[in-house]
Design a protein around this ligand. Structure first.
Ligand SMILES: [Cu+2]
Length: 250
């Protein structure tokens, strides 16, 4: 009798493992841009409290986040025209100084706005006319910040930084998370950095070039500690292939 129960238990465990593995791959297999996987991912981040840090501020006005995990599009009430988003590339704040040959931007304010655009490297080079140096690791998906690609950001200690991510990719989801954990990043970057994150956006859907609209999300981070941080796209494979940049707090 005991043996029978034991065997049943083992069978149950094996079946359970197979089922959860199936669920896992359904969620994380990167080729599948399913509504379900994105909802799941964003809800995980929401449950970890990341969205609570954004209190309706940000340079592009308010937005509604979370509250419900059922609706997907309702999580991204913040849209922006692609045309306007592209104009931010040249809209360099007075307190930002660009050093293109070093792929570096130095900020000299304690209250900083940074507009970050995510896209493939081909589109990035077309938009910026900037040929990124090899150390910008810009062979795949990239972040564009004020005409530079995956630039190093130099930020004064104590500065409050309002970051707005706009996804200008035509076919890929992206997000942006800030972490002290350095590269190289594994395929599932979120697995290695999610417990050590200063701020982040949810995964943003790709832009609709037919309607001319893109998705955006803003959050605020205060850099209280000296040191090196990184802005990273957590979509599986992206950071591994170079979709990240450095932040030096000095
Ligand atoms: Cu990405």
């Amino acid at each position: 009798m005991r043996t029978k129960l034991l065997i049943l238990l083992i069978i149950a465990i094996v079946l359970g493992s197979i089922a959860s593995y199936g669920y896992y791959t359904q969620i994380y297999v990167p080729q599948v841009y399913s509504q379900q996987s994105i909802n799941y991912y964003n809800s995980q981040l929401g449950m970890m409290g990341y969205y609570n840090r954004v209190a309706g501020e940000g340079m592009m006005g308010g937005y509604r986040m979370m509250g419900s995990y059922n609706g997907y599009t309702s999580e991204y009430s913040q849209q922006i025209s692609i045309y306007q988003a592209e104009s931010y590339i040249n809209d360099v704040p007075s307190y930002a100084k660009l050093f293109p040959s070093n792929d570096t931007i130095m900020f000299t304010s304690n209250d900083i706005n940074i507009v970050v655009l995510s896209m493939g490297h081909g589109r990035a080079i077309n938009l910026t006319h900037y040929i990124p140096p090899s150390f910008a690791h810009a062979q795949h998906n990239v972040f564009v910040i004020y005409n530079l690609i995956n630039p190093t950001l130099i930020i004064p200690q104590g500065a409050t930084v309002h970051i707005t991510l706009i996804n200008l990719d035509a076919g890929d989801y992206h997000n942006l998370a800030i972490t002290p954990i350095p590269p190289p990043y594994p395929y599932y970057a979120m697995m290695s950095i999610r417990m050590n994150i200063l701020g982040m956006t949810p995964l943003l859907p790709y832009a609709n070039y037919a309607t001319g609209n893109a998705y955006s999300f803003s959050f605020t981070v205060t850099f209280q500690h000296l040191g090196t941080f990184y802005y990273v796209c957590e979509y599986p494979g992206h950071a591994e292939m170079g979709m990240y940049g450095e932040i030096e707090v000095t």
